[in-house]
Ligand binder design. Sequence first.
Ligand SMILES: [Fe+2]
Length: 89
Amino acid sequence: MKELTQAINTHLEAEFHASHSYLSMSIWLREKDLAGFAEYMLNKSNEERGHASRMIDYLLDCDEQVFCPPFSRRNAPGTPPRRCSIRCW
Ligand SMILES: [Fe+2]
């Protein structure tokens, strides 16, 4: 596998992680009735997923292999989710 292809595939995981983190923040903000902030974070989540989508398009257009990172569940179903560990300023 080309070094660039490997690097992009590695970066895909970061994009999806960022998207998921922003989505978690958006949910938390909605729970606190902070709709405007929640919408902002949801837009950020979609933006990060868009970055991943563009990288996937690039790899496929170059006939390179795409490795979609697996989603790992950290909590058993029915248990409260862990709070995001990213600090929000
Ligand atoms: Fe991004």
